[in-house]
Design a protein around this ligand. Structure first.
Ligand code: FUC
Length: 774
């Protein structure tokens, strides 16, 4: 009988037509006044953010590979000699003295990351490529236009701006071509020959601009932090205009009396890109040779191949206010599920736009930076941020976009082996708290945040999840040496702690957090912080599973299995009912600290689950309640995921709402000021993209989970979403695609498909059943 009702479910769904999705757009009635109001476009390599200015338009340009700095060896090869003494001090409870010794003898050499200001040291910094500036309507008053609007369509990855001036409608269309790999701006006017404008390129430093014929060129070389001869870049710009006149002034181009003009911009750097000068030129030529309509059509088709894989709809999706006003209204209490759908799809859009297979993963700013000294170097932070950037990808059906991170991690293995030897005299490879495109794996320049051991282990979680979702054995074979090397490191450094004789990391820190010692001093350095214990446990288990699946490394597997029995438990519960962040019940110096590393086992790992460890799930709630909901943007996003895993949809929703709190300042804050800018970029503040990606993953996690051995539909749905909704194309572990519809909080139809039909457990309306995928 049960079986029949299942078939019915599936039959119903296959006949059910998914309603047409509402257009997904961000839109505004004014040009952007701040960069954080401009609209991000990107094709995984090139980015641009037009501000839509009427008289003067500024378009910030980016190339994902454009970094200052260079390869360096910042290992202190004597460091391992201090290791026994550091460990001894930690065993004696003299964490402050151990920390002082780490700061003296166990950090990186040189300037490290420049304390987040590394643009002119070898660590380097992800930098803006520069600005494309277009000046129009000479001698017109600044506000003499009317009927202004600008928008970004997530359906087509195209931005537009439009206004009327002196009876003429001017329209600009912007795209970063997914097919031709160039930036394009098409300008049109409703009255023939009305377009008159000047185009320039500039950058805050290290650039020269010239013209060759009617081609505008900007080139330069960034600082490598040693002899100044770092990465080279080139930007080429040309205009196509049927009836307009194009004149070069030597450093700019002027277009006059045109009815239509199309600006093409091609750019490249010499980062792992031999022949980039020729490539940049030939890419420009190829794009210009194509009719614009074809270029645009191909751009949309390529983008939609990824974007259209997931569609989400819910009731309360009628609001058509400009996005900045919509954000305010939502926070004031307007029910607007449409805004959350937009936010979710915007996150998917940002992923597609900021990375591509074969290139680099999205950095702290994704692809978009408007400065030379980008905040925190726009680098890859390994103590939550770059990992969070990848959390929405698998579940949101953008699996291939995980691969650039795997490539980056592969490049960390060799330098990480040197670091493992230099500091720990250990086998395997390790990465600490930050990395860059130059393979930095050394500890940071201060023990309090730079001594974390968990960077490499945490990265392995991301690599593993791609396998868990795809079941791609070929990929598993490729990443196995990376996982094994990371496990080898922890296997060789684990050391006994006093109280229970457990094997733990030492020294380490619980990312960026600190505590009071019994002597009243504040310290960060410790043995076996909970996150390390969880990461080691998870990694060893994954390596064991991988070696079984691939039928290799029997011996190593046995060693890891034996070690697993000597690790601390997945988490310990303190007297006050919270998960302990450290082995000892230290008093925290900052109880509402933004990092919540000791809940790693709850998300992204599966060590704490309501099914299997209900007491730890309860203690996780206590920890989250004590931390509070408000924090930096990314921290709020992380909390959405935690509450989703704890099956509290309403609490997750509350934090999600906070993540969408309107923020107008870009001044850096480490406190509780997280939210979203008018362009829906996450405000840490300043802008940091991890919160967007974490929030996107959070929404998905409220709709579907697959980390407990079955697929759960609507595991954490808030009251606001219950009335009705449908989603198609989400992914679950085991390579399943899931479609479902719901009414009044209950699933009314669903479909689970996979390339090969197989058995799968699914929890529907509270009951776990086994079915066959279609
Ligand atoms: C970590 C966080 C900060 C910031 C930085 C980029 O250090 O603690 O809040 O996100 O990364």
């Amino acid at each position: 009988m049960k079986k029949i009702s299942f078939c019915l479910f599936i039959t119903i769904f296959t006949q059910y037509a998914f309603a047409q999705q509402k257009p997904l757009k961000l839109w505004y009635t004014q040009p952007a006044a701040l960069w954080e109001e401009t609209l991000p476009l990107g094709n995984g390599r090139l980015g641009m953010m037009p501000d839509g200015g009427v008289i003067k338009e500024n378009i910030v340009l980016n190339d994902i590979t454009l970094w200052s700095g260079t390869y360096q060896d910042a290992n202190n090869y004597q460091a391992h000699q201090s290791l026994p003494q550091i460990r001894k001090l930690l065993l004696e409870g003299k964490n402050d003295e151990a920390q002082a010794l780490v700061n003296k003898a166990f950090i990186c050499t040189g300037e490290g990351s420049g304390r987040g200001n590394g643009a002119n040291v070898p660590f380097g910094c992800y930098q803006t490529l520069g600005n494309l500036v277009i000046s129009h309507h000479q001698n017109q008053a600044k506000d003499s236009y009317s009927g202004y609007s600008r928008r970004l369509s997530l359906d087509s990855a195209i931005a537009t701006s439009q206004y009327q001036l002196n009876g003429v409608t001017y329209t600009r269309e912007y795209l970063t071509s997914f097919d031709n790999d160039v930036c394009v701006v098409r300008l049109t006017a409703s009255k023939a020959k009305s377009l008159n404008f000047t185009i320039g390129l500039n950058r805050a430093e290290r650039y020269t601009v010239k013209t060759t014929g009617n081609q505008l060129q900007m080139s330069g070389q960034l600082n490598n932090g040693t002899d100044g001869k770092g990465m080279k870049y080139l930007t080429l710009l040309e205009v196509k205009s049927g009836d307009g006149k194009i004149v070069s002034t030597g450093t700019s181009l002027t277009v006059s009396n045109a009815s239509e003009a199309i600006i093409y911009l091609s750019a490249g750097t010499d980062f792992k890109n031999y022949g980039f000068l020729e490539k940049t030129a030939s890419t420009l030529n190829a794009a210009m040779a194509k009719p614009y309509s074809l270029l645009k059509k191909n751009h949309i088709a390529k983008y939609q191949k990824l974007f259209n894989r997931v569609a989400l709809q819910m009731h309360n999706d009628k609001n058509d206010q400009p996005t900045n006003e919509r954000l305010i209204a939502f926070n004031k209490g307007t029910n607007d599920n449409g805004l959350l759908i937009l936010y979710y799809q915007f996150g998917r859009y940002l992923s597609i736009s900021s990375t591509r297979p074969g290139l680099l993963p999205p950095n702290l700013q994704g692809l978009w930076a408007n400065q030379i000294q980008t905040p925190w170097n726009g680098d890859y932070h390994l103590d939550v941020n770059v990992q969070m950037n990848h959390w929405p990808l698998e579940v949101s059906n953008l699996s291939e976009l995980s691969l650039p991170l795997a490539d980056l991690v592969k490049e960390l293995v060799k330098p990480g082996e040197k670091t493992a030897k230099a500091y720990y005299d250990a086998k395997g490879w390790v990465a600490h708290v930050v990395t860059n495109v130059w393979g930095f794996t050394e500890p940071g320049e201060d023990a309090s945040w730079g001594a974390t051991n968990s960077g490499s282990g945490w990265l392995c979680n991301n690599l593993w999840e791609h396998y868990a979702f795809t079941n791609d054995k070929k990929y598993l074979k490729e990443i196995y040496p990376i996982l094994k090397g990371a496990a080898e490191f922890y296997n060789s450094v684990l050391t006994k702690e006093n109280a229970n004789g457990w094997l733990v990391t030492s020294p380490s820190v619980s990312p960026e957090n600190n505590f009071y010692l019994p002597n009243g001093k504040i310290a960060s350095l410790c043995m076996g912080p909970t996150i390390d214990n969880q990461i080691v446990r998870e990694l060893f288990n994954n390596v064991i599973t991988a070696s079984q699946t691939l039928n290799i490394d029997n011996h190593f597997r046995t060693i890891l299995a034996q070690k697993l029995t000597q690790l601390p438990p997945a988490a310990q519960v303190a007297k006050d009912g919270r998960i302990m962040e450290w082995l000892e019940e230290y008093k925290e110096a900052e109880p509402q600290h933004r990092h919540i590393s000791h809940l790693y086992g709850l998300y992204p790992a599966n060590l704490i689950t309501p099914d299997h460890t209900p007491e730890l799930a309860k203690a996780s709630m206590a920890s989250l309640n004590a931390r509070g909901d408000k924090s930096t943007g990314w921290s709020e996003a992380y909390k959405i995921l935690f509450w989703a895993r704890l099956k509290d949809g309403n609490r997750a929703f509350k934090v999600l709402k906070q993540l969408l709190f309107p923020v107008y300042s870009n001044a850096a804050s480490m406190n509780y000021d997280g939210g979203s800018y008018a362009n829906l970029f996450c405000a840490c503040p300043p802008f940091q993209i991890d919160g967007n990606f974490g929030g996107t993953a959070g929404i998905a996690e409220m709709l579907i989970q697959s980390n407990q051995g079955y697929i759960e539909l609507l595991p954490a749905i808030p009251d606001e979403w219950k009335k009705s909704g449908e989603v198609k194309g989400l992914k679950a572990r085991g390579n399943f695609v899931v479609d479902m519809t719901w009414k009044d909080g209950r699933i009314t139809a669903y479909k689970i498909s996979s390339p090969e039909k197989k058995k799968v457990k699914v929890k529907v309306n509270g009951i776990v059943k086994e079915i066959k995928s279609v």
